[in-house]
Ligand binder design. Structure first.
Ligand SMILES: NC(=O)c1ccc[n+]([C@@H]2O[C@H](COP(=O)([O-])OP(=O)(O)OC[C@H]3O[C@@H](n4cnc5c(N)ncnc54)[C@H](O)[C@@H]3O)[C@@H](O)[C@H]2O)c1
Length: 350
């Protein structure tokens, strides 16, 4: 189903944990894509995730017109109570409560594996990792983005990802209502992690009406004034735009049948369970903004600052162009009677 240039699967020499590094494409330039630290029932599930996520990164870079291809690193934690030697089966969840020394060892193992690729691929943060983890990976390889600014990196990517997501939400409002104004529009933000909480705050600042949710009940009061609900009701909320900001795979034929929003646009990677689900959304008249377009703010910012030596202001101005990219995509899709997903697939040039 996928054709990857390089895939390494190994047991980390320091941590004993399964480490997967997948390089999907370097046709446009160095492959880039974050390092995910998550719990998997079986190491093969981590491999499947890395293959899917790295292919999506190739699309994301191409749609953002970046001179890069896609890659991904996945560190597979065993389920609670398991050991690294046990077979690790399906869903993933972010890392929680991992021993700090094991975490650092696993990150160094990932860095060593990336170093062995000699610059073909560079990593950055993803679900379960952040700038400090990138500094740890940086103990073994220079091919890592988003180390803390004091360590010479561009820092946390989630703010830029959130800014790009809000630029996309304005483009969606312009397509739905003829105006990018967010005030008075309603949004359901599913997932109040590093990106989702930032998006929700920016929306609240713009006087939008908000329904929010997270699996983690402690996030209940993170966005004052927002209506808190459980994740299933958040997904089914009657709002203008659903903003998926948790993990992927949210949009399935069954979940699409239950949706009551007019549009979907959010930073979560790989929102569709299968490409055919985009056609179901289109049939239901729900506008779906492809996540590789919406979620590109972090890599646009990191590569801008670290590779192209742009100032913070220049990099953020480039992140804001996600709104223009999405507007062009939505207009050409409407003109051709195609879904935004079809138009995105047609416009990817690798
Ligand atoms: N961080 C970035 O810069 C970046 C860039 C591009 C894409 N993304 C994508 O955006 C999404 C969020 O990333 P993040 O960095 O904010 O991750 P995060 O781990 O900080 O936050 C994810 C949040 O989702 C919640 N969550 C998990 N499963 C859930 C469920 N089923 N229902 C409701 N809430 C659930 C978690 O409790 C957590 O609060 C991910 O899909 C990630 O791949 C992130």
């Amino acid at each position: 189903m996928f054709s990857h240039e390089r895939v390494i699967v190994r047991r980390g020499p320091e941590s004993g944990l399964p480490i997967v590094v997948a390089v999907h494409s370097t046709a446009r330039g160095q492959a880039i894509g974050g390092c995910r630290l998550a719990t998997y029932p079986h190491w093969q599930d981590a491999l499947a995730d890395a293959l899917r996520l790295s292919a999506a990164m190739t699309d994301k870079c191409a749609l953002a017109a970046l001179p890069n291809g896609g890659g991904k690193t996945v560190i597979a934690l065993p389920p609670a109570g398991g050991t690294a030697a046990e077979p690790l089966g399906a869903a993933t969840s972010p890392a929680a409560g991992i021993d700090p020394e094991l975490r650092r060892a696993a990150l160094r193992d990932a860095g060593l594996t990336i170093a062995e690729l000699g610059g073909v691929y560079a990593t950055g943060p993803d679900v379960g990792t952040g700038p400090d983890d990138m500094a740890t990976i940086g103990e073994r390889t220079e091919h890592v983005f988003c180390r803390p600014t004091e360590n010479g990196g561009s820092g946390d990517s989630s703010r830029a990802t959130a800014i790009g997501t809000v630029a996309a939400l304005k483009a969606v409002c312009a397509a739905l209502f003829g105006s990018p104004d967010l005030s008075g529009r309603s949004f359901a933000v599913l997932g109040l992690g590093r990106v989702g909480a930032h998006v929700a705050r920016l929306l609240a600042d713009a006087d939008a009406r908000l329904v929010v949710s997270d699996l983690d009940e402690s996030k209940r009061s993170v966005i004052p004034g927002a209506t808190w609900t459980n994740p299933a009701d958040c997904r089914r909320a009657q709002v203008d735009v659903l903003v998926p900001a948790a993990l992927g795979g949210l949009l399935t034929p069954a979940s699409v049948a239950e949706l009551r929003c007019r549009a979907i646009a959010g930073p979560a990677n790989n929102q569709l369970d299968a490409p055919s689900t985009a056609a179901r959304l289109h049939e239901r008249g729900i506008l779906w903004a492809p996540d590789p377009v919406v979620s590109a703010g972090g890599i646009i910012h990191a590569t801008g600052v670290e590779l192209r030596h742009e100032s913070e202001a220049e990099a953020l101005a480039r992140v804001e162009t996600i709104g223009d990219t999405l507007t062009r995509l939505l207009r050409s899709a409407a003109a051709e009677g195609a879904s935004p997903a079809e138009m995105a697939a047609r416009s990817i040039k690798i």
